[in-house]
Design a protein around this ligand. Structure first.
Ligand SMILES: Cc1cc2nc3c(=O)[nH]c(=O)nc-3n(C[C@H](O)[C@H](O)[C@H](O)COP(=O)(O)OP(=O)(O)OC[C@H]3O[C@@H](n4cnc5c(N)ncnc54)[C@H](O)[C@@H]3O)c2cc1C
Length: 562
């Protein structure tokens, strides 16, 4: 006989919960306490607290409720006019409001706290990003465009755009796109086909831009080849484009369609045809790929911060779930193997976090003129390294997070599949892992960068007194030394290139381990918090040195079809 109210006795799992993402997390707060002067920390903490509460509360709830909304493109109006108007999701509209209110771009340019302003900015972004449905994509490009225009020295464009890109007023705030990738390639942009034609002092662009994210932006920086210029990157020039005129009409371009993407589905990424798009030359009519480099430096830093923020979000959810979900008589959190799995993810996140915020700190120094030659060389090398290693770490950590929820992790309305899909873009855009590995390996200043990196890692190790941290620090130095030796061992170019990713990851993981040891020692010495120590120990158990010889000929056999 089935009891009448049998359904009431069925088990229902409680959902994971997020608390205040700043106050509840020792990672960001502990690092800020180490690097910021007390008065700066005191000044910025109330806003971090507010953002932490928002990101784990109201904004997170809005994000879950907004899950099914996607941007829409309306190409024609009822009367046959081409309008290409775009509507974004309610969460994105809220994210724009919050951006302006919290100065997520502006903070870096107001520089209220001098060289610490980048740290302030990215502490806010770290909290905001995971609840924003990648609204950070246009913000990264906005920040990158502001820096690029400032470095271009073009006074008229600086006066026109910078107050808008860094505005705290919703009525005047602009975001920017970067239109580089064409059908010919995003890695090898030198193959771009877009033409720039000058007539009566006015430049017009003709071509197809294949990936243009956040096409809602009011302006863009783009590359095109002035007529008669040489092929390759040097023959391209950088242009400034305003997307619409004052009446809202598109400036000589069409939005052909929005991409149907694996993730970042809230980001309207479009294919554009430029058909007489009026543009302004930013600097010289050549060397566009070089001119747009500051954009990439900034967007790669944003990418790294977004990577650690996604890892942190995934872990916050996984840890909460592990407390609530029972299996075999106890919460998952107390199952030794589940705890072991989460601990390994935690250690990866700490390592990625410390390297990313080193990059942020160095950028703040560079922009406020408080950087020496060694730090500058380090900044140049850690920019591609941090982007590439954190992108990989984020995908691997978030994938494990999804698994840690079992079947629930695979179900859309938990929000977890979206987290994984959105994370998967991080190793692809702003330079793929391979392209950035080669960028690091083939740069002319690699030796000075590597020397500076070794100097920074050695300084970390010199600060250590705890014996096991000393041993882990030596392991970090050993890995970086081996990478340097391998580089100098006279390998031919093909072998060097095929090993570039292993080399880059070895150097990056070596630096992460050294930074972990340094931070762990500081935490032990200032209040005895052992979490950093635990992270360093755990990180040191995973191979740091990934360099090994491979035979490119055998690889060719492996890849051959018969
Ligand atoms: C969601 C999304 C949004 C985007 N938004 C923008 C945007 O707003 N603006 C913009 O300009 N672009 C944008 N992109 C494009 C992005 O930057 C490119 O997709 C990326 O740079 C890779 O270029 P590609 O797609 O042409 O791949 P390819 O360059 O064809 O690369 C294919 C593969 O080959 C590898 N590879 C290439 N060269 C080498 C080499 N020499 N050695 C070893 N391996 C190599 C790469 O690592 C990659 O795995 C976006 C992409 C995505 C997915």
């Amino acid at each position: 006989m089935i009891p009448q109210n049998w359904q009431q006795s069925l088990f229902t799992q409680t959902a994971p919960e997020l608390g205040n993402q700043y106050r509840d997390d020792p990672l960001l707060a502990g690092w800020l306490a180490r690097v910021l002067p007390a008065d700066v920390l005191q000044a910025i903490e109330p806003e971090l607290d507010e953002l932490g509460a928002l990101a784990g509360g109201e904004l997170y709830r809005l994000q879950l409720a907004d899950r099914l909304n996607e941007p829409t493109l309306v190409q024609w109006d009822a009367w046959g006019n081409r309008v290409d108007s775009l509507e974004v999701s309610p969460l994105w509209r809220e994210a724009e409001r919050l951006t302006v209110r919290h100065g997520l771009v502006a903070t870096a340019y107001e520089r209220t706290h001098g060289r610490y302003s980048r740290i302030e900015q990215f502490a806010k972004v770290f909290l905001f990003h995971p609840s924003s449905d990648v609204y950070t994509c246009p913000l990264a490009m906005t920040d990158g465009a502001a820096r690029t225009l400032i470095e271009s020295g073009n006074a008229a464009l600086i006066a026109r755009a910078i107050p808008r890109l860094t505005s705290r007023d919703p009525a005047t705030f602009w975001t920017s796109g970067q239109w580089m990738t064409e059908t010919t390639g995003g890695s090898d942009v030198g193959r771009s086909q877009t033409r720039a034609v000058e007539q009566d002092g006015v430049w017009r662009l003709y071509g197809r831009k294949w990936f243009t994210s956040a096409v809602t932006s009011q302006m863009a920086l783009t590359l095109a080849r002035p007529e008669g210029n040489a092929p390759g990157g040097k023959g391209l020039a950088m242009f400034f484009v305003e997307v619409r005129d004052v009446e809202g009409r598109l400036n000589g371009l069409r939005v052909d369609r929005l991409k149907d993407k694996l993730g970042t589905r809230k980001v309207p990424t479009a294919e554009l045809t430029l058909d007489g798009c009026r543009a302004e030359l930013v600097g010289l009519p050549v060397n566009g790929t070089r001119a747009i480099e500051p954009m990439l430096g900034i967007t790669r830093m944003w990418n790294s911060v977004c990577a650690i923020a996604f890892m942190r979000r995934g872990l916050a959810l996984a840890r909460s779930y592990a407390e609530r979900r029972e299996a075999f008589g106890q919460p998952l959190a107390r199952q030794p193997l589940h705890a072991d799995t989460l601990a390994s993810l935690e250690a990866e996140t700490w390592g990625a976090f410390l390297m990313t915020f080193l990059l942020v700190e160095l950028t703040g120094r560079a922009e406020s003129g408080q950087i020496d030659d060694q730090q500058r060389a380090l900044l140049r090398l850690v920019t591609p390294l941090t982007k590439l290693v954190t992108g990989k770490q984020a995908v691997s950590v978030v994938s494990e997070v999804v698994e840690s929820f079992g079947g629930a992790g695979y179900v859309e309305d938990t929000g977890l599949p979206q987290l994984l899909r959105d994370t998967q873009v991080l190793p692809i855009w702003e330079g793929t892992t391979n392209v950035l590995s080669l960028d690091a390996l083939l740069r002319s200043d690699l030796h000075s960068g590597l020397a500076a990196l070794m100097g920074r890692a050695s300084a970390c190790v010199r600060s250590l007194t705890q014996p096991r941290l000393v041993a882990a620090g030596k392991q970090a130095i050993g890995a970086i030394e081996r990478a340097a030796l391998w580089l100098e061992s006279g390998q031919d170019r093909e072998v060097l290139q095929s090993g570039a990713r292993r080399l880059a990851l070895t150097i990056a993981r070596g630096l992460q381990l050294a930074l972990l040891c340094e931070h762990a020692q500081w935490l032990l010495d200032h209040g005895g918090d052992r979490r950093g120590y635990a992270a360093a120990m755990r990180f040191s158990r995973v191979p740091v040195d990934l360099i090994h010889e491979v035979d490119p000929e055998l690889d060719a056999v492996l890849l051959s079809q018969r």
